[in-house]
Design a protein around this ligand. Structure first.
Ligand code: ADP
Ligand code: GLC
Length: 485
């Protein structure tokens, strides 16, 4: 099959979160199964600097673009996957985050920028860029590329389309004037289209027009059809429910593996698991915490936003801090969370270490050094860090939501006895529940036999991309069957 994978970020080129991990791995896994998959990304400033050997292979004339849009071609690192960069400097050649200004505000021209990306994908997929390549499938991701299936629905000889929701909380909602400014076809402006309460809703375009809709875990696929997690689109999703599927993300084990991770000073696996303590000591030292083998070390790496339940953690701190425990936090996001966490660090420098910012290497060291990893998410479409934690024998403490519910087996009495438990799972998004979970984790930590079993059962779990890629391929075929219904 010829597949065009369209996305707004991809690791290791440009990353703000898990979407990049997926876009940097899934195309490779699909390629390894023998398919011609090509990745389309914006030619961001940062990304151009990282790619050598780019050549201009096409020029497109697109609505709203005052100049021709260039297509640059390269290869995704260490792979056969062709990379096509949409080069329109006025839209993409600016420093910083792909979505936000340095002040943390969305770039005001985001709808223009990402409509342009979707439009370029529509042309590339239908062999209209002179590149002698025709897609069978266009796979687009999140609101930034959701207009691609919407625009393609108007094309008579179009490829089939699959749209993946990585996070329904971000929808790309704009005033109707924007719809006009973007020169989108009026055929899309309808209730069964991109219109939502008289506004333009880009993600709704993906949901209503794609032949198949997926999201990144079976539980999230179910959750978003209800009002609590549907963000207003639950009705639309229920309406298309026979086309909605959940596929759990995988892990790139070349990147996330404690046996080979170049960011760790000591490598380990289940056989020499005891060596992991050396990494713990190194991290305690590095973060200025007392070096204590027997003190449970809890890690957290996340965007510091409501989704991740940072407020739940902050509310639990007065309780947690009374115990013999250490906490290492890495993240950035909402100013108020950054400030509150830094304040707690100042109050308890012997127990809490907070690093604000983005640091790939430290993220790996936290996974490879902590005893447990906290993800108290209010919602979590998939979540990748709990999957990394399992592999690293770092017991995840998670809220039962989305992909967390699908990947962590709770340490109930029965599951501990059966040796199937891999982590601590709590239900309610409140202080009482998170404190209960932390207490349970600390108590199990002090029962070495059970704890070792939890770590090792977790390390034996496999969430590889190959099986997820096979599921996507089956759905690409289904999308072809559905096309035109
Ligand atoms: P989300 O995409 O919602 O942020 P995921 O769990 O799917 O959540 O993926 C987050 C990814 O981003 C993981 O690879 C995680 O290690 C990484 N990450 C998040 N924050 C940071 C940070 N401050 N520094 C380094 N890596 C980070
Ligand atoms: C989103 C979700 C996260 C998921 C990631 C990759 O950012 O918040 O749960 O793992 O996308 O699919």
């Amino acid at each position: 099959m010829n597949i065009l994978f369209v996305c707004s970020e991809a690791h290791p080129l440009i990353k703000t979160g898990g979407l990049a991990d997926v876009a940097g791995s899934l195309p490779l896994a699909i390629n390894e199964l023998g398919h011609d998959i090509r990745l389309v990304l914006p030619a961001y400033h940062e990304l151009r600097a990282k790619c050598s050997d780019l050549k201009i292979v096409a020029q497109l004339t697109l609505p709203t673009a005052q100049h021709p849009v260039k297509i640059l071609e390269g290869k995704l690192a260490n792979s056969q996957v062709t990379l096509w960069l949409v080069d329109y400097p006025a839209a993409f050649n600016r420093p910083g985050n792909p979505y936000m200004t340095l002040q943390g505000e969305p770039w005001p021209d985001n709808p223009h920028r990402f409509a342009l990306l979707s439009r370029a994908a529509v042309e590339l997929s239908q062999n209209r860029a002179g590149l002698n390549w025709q897609a069978d499938i266009v796979h687009s991701n999140d609101w930034q590329t959701a207009l691609a299936p919407a625009l393609l629905s108007l094309e008579p000889l179009r490829p089939a389309t699959l749209f993946t929701i990585h996070n329904l909380a971000y929808q790309g909602v704009y005033k109707k004037e924007l719809f006009e400014q973007l020169e989108l076809p009026w055929a899309l402006w309808q209730q069964q289209g991109v219109e939502f309460h008289h506004m333009l809703n880009m993600i709704k375009g993906g949901i209503t027009y794609a032949d198949i809709i997926t999201t990144v875990s079976p539980t999230y696929a179910h959750e978003i059809q209800g009002s609590e997690y549907g963000n207003g689109l639950e009705g639309v999703l229920r309406h298309r429910n026979e086309r909605l599927f959940g596929i759990l993300n995988g892990v790139d084990y070349d990147e996330w593996n404690p046996e080979t991770d170049p960011h760790l000073s000591t490598h380990y696996n289940t056989l020499n698991f005891a060596d992991k303590i050396k990494n713990k000591r190194a991290l305690q030292k590095e973060r200025g915490l007392p070096v204590r083998d027997k003190t449970p070390l809890i890690g957290l790496v996340a965007r510091l936003v409501d989704q991740k339940g940072i407020d739940l953690l902050i509310n639990a701190l007065p309780h947690l801090i009374k115990q013999e425990v250490q906490l290492v936090i890495l993240g950035s996001g909402e100013r108020r969370y950054e400030q509150q966490l830094q304040q707690w660090q100042q109050w308890h420098p012997d127990k809490i270490s907070v690093q604000i910012g983005y640091d790939e290497s430290l993220a790996h060291r936290i996974e490879g050094s902590s005893d447990m990893f906290l993800m108290p998410s209010r919602f979590e479409p998939c979540g990748l860090n709990q999957l990394y934690s399992l592999k690293y024998g770092t017991v995840p403490i998670v809220r039962r939501a989305g992909g967390l519910a699908d990947s962590v087996v709770e340490a109930s009495k029965q599951n501990i006895a059966d040796q199937t438990a891999t982590g601590i799972v709590f239900d309610h998004a409140d202080t009482h529940a998170i404190c209960w979970a932390l207490d349970q984790a600390i108590s199990l930590y002090h029962q070495p036999k059970i704890w070792q079993q939890l770590c090792k059962t977790g390390m034996a779990q496999v969430f590889d991309w190959k099986s997820s890629a096979e599921r996507y391929l089956a759905l690409y075929k289904k999308a072809q069957d559905f096309r035109g219904w």
